[in-house]
Design a protein around this ligand. Structure first.
Ligand code: ADP
Ligand code: ASP
Ligand code: MG
Length: 433
């Protein structure tokens, strides 16, 4: 008997029929003799709709109220799912994040889990019942309801799996696993059978939203094996674990090392259209300016991604500094920088909302020269201009115009020979929002 944590994303529970379908799957897992804990997201695009609704009321609503509002989405799906399972003759109980013991810090909108105390979940399991937990939410040390940031139900699932010492955390979604690129953009993307935490961290950090970044960080820290798969098919998905070699096939005679020799150079192409670019124009090129700018930016709570500083113009001794950050952080960052404009003595701020970022990720890249040249060549051949570049040992990212992003993803995918020969990847549901 195994203890399994299953997480169902919004597109897997978008209407009553889907909820009944998922309930059947859960009941089967329970009847097969497993202890089953289910984490569920809000139905379909409910979270986006609630965000839009709040925006109609106020452009800057109190964060505490936003969290209360957004957590309502998961309450709806968790209770409906419990009813659907109960109807199939299997006992199930639903719990909010607070009831399930997900304790977080008090940072509304992107709270971090500080402890998991799942007494009630354990009790429920010991009675032979299925426990359903609302994803994406917890309760803060000051007893307020919090949310964990977009995609946070993945994090709830992994945290519960770690806290309950589960055998596996299954992430059920609307595609058959993790692919070499988003199958919504690249129909010829290939399914990846196994990927390491490190590679998945880079993919998620680069925008592959199939798994939330925090969830991967958590899984790596607590060594939770994660299986990403479709709730619409019975296919085996993608295993995310510590190594390429320690995975499902218990009969395989090959050890880690032999398997590692077959590791692909590239694990995938990720894209991200959730960022904007701010350029601080005409910054005096003197000691400590960058430090001061980014202190101010950090003070505004922005998560900076890429940074480029140009060579200063000799005649003026001034330079431009550009950086990318999530769209949602632009307003507060611009306000914070403008507030210190006279102290920092820059000329102006330019804001560019129309950028996209494409990243090539793979642990094998570090030992293979010529990868950047091939990537840049692919974009040139596709007529796509590169605006910013950043690299790490296992990733190359470039910023393009937002409207060339999809073409850039496809061009790079093809240039690195990633296109599948096995037909098109299936996208079962969802709106890609
Ligand atoms: P859920 O509602 O189940 O949480 P998400 O929309 O958050 O689902 O994540 C699944 C989506 O992630 C897929 O439908 C796909 O469009 C997108 N995606 C982006 N990159 C990848 C990738 N490399 N592999 C698979 N899916 C990806
Ligand atoms: N419902 C939340 C969101 O849309 C959490 C999740 O689905 O993971 O971001
Ligand atoms: Mg998700």
């Amino acid at each position: 008997m195994a203890l399994v944590v299953q997480k169902y994303g919004g597109s897997s529970v978008s209407d009553a029929r889907s909820i009944k379908r998922v309930a059947k799957r859960i009941a089967e897992a329970k009847r097969a003799g497993n202890d089953v804990v289910v984490v569920v997201s809000a139905m379909g695009d409910t979270t986006d709709e609630l965000l839009e609704l709040a925006d109609e009321i106020s452009p800057k609503p109190p964060q505490r109220e936003m969290d209360i509002l957004l957590t309502a989405g998961e309450r709806i799906s968790m209770s409906l799912l419990a009813m659907a399972i109960d109807k199939l003759g299997v006992k199930a109980k639903s719990f909010t994040g607070q009831q399930a013991g997900l304790l977080t810090d008090a940072v509304h909108g992107k709270a971090r889990i500080v402890d998991v105390v799942p007494h009630r979940i354990r009790q429920t399991l010991s009675k032979g019942q299925v426990a359903i937990v609302a994803g994406f939410q917890g309760v803060s040390t000051s007893n307020d309801v919090t949310t964990l940031g977009r995609g946070g139900s993945d994090t709830t699932a992994v945290a519960l799996a770690a806290g309950l010492d589960a055998d596996v955390c299954e992430i059920y979604t609307d595609v058959d696993g993790i692919f070499s690129a988003d199958p919504r953009i690249v129909p010829g993307a290939r399914k990846i059978d196994k990927v390491t935490y490190e590679e998945m961290l880079e993919l998620a950090a680069s925008g592959a939203k199939v798994l939330a970044l925090r969830a991967v960080e958590y899984a790596r820290r607590y060594d939770v094996p994660v299986h990403v798969r479709s709730s619409f098919s019975g296919k085996t998905g993608t295993l995310v674990t510590g190594t390429h070699g320690d995975l499902i096939d218990p009969n395989a005679s090959t050890g880690d090392q032999e398997e590692a020799m077959e590791d692909p150079i590239i694990s995938g192409v990720a894209h991200d259209s959730s960022e904007a670019k701010i350029t601080v124009v005409g910054v005096p090129d003197t000691l400590g300016q960058a430090a001061r700018i980014f202190e101010v930016v950090a003070g505004a709570g922005a998560n900076i991604d890429m940074i480029v500083q140009n060579v200063s113009v000799a005649a003026t001794g001034r330079t431009d500094i550009s950086f990318t950050l999530p769209h949602g952080d632009v307003r507060s960052t611009v306000a914070a920088l403008n507030a210190v404009k006279s102290e920092l003595k820059f000329d102006e701020l330019q804001i560019d909302d129309e950028i996209g970022k494409v990243s090539l990720v793979g642990a094998g890249m570090k030992s293979h020269p010529g990868i950047s040249a091939r990537l840049f060549g692919a974009l040139r051949d596709a007529g796509i201009n590169i605006e910013m570049i950043s690299t790490s040992e296992i990733r190359i990212s470039v910023v393009t115009r937002a409207d060339s992003l999809d073409d850039a993803v496809r061009a790079i995918h093809t240039a690195f020979g990633l296109d599948s020969s096995e037909g098109e990847a299936v996208v079962y549901a969802g709106t890609g929002r």
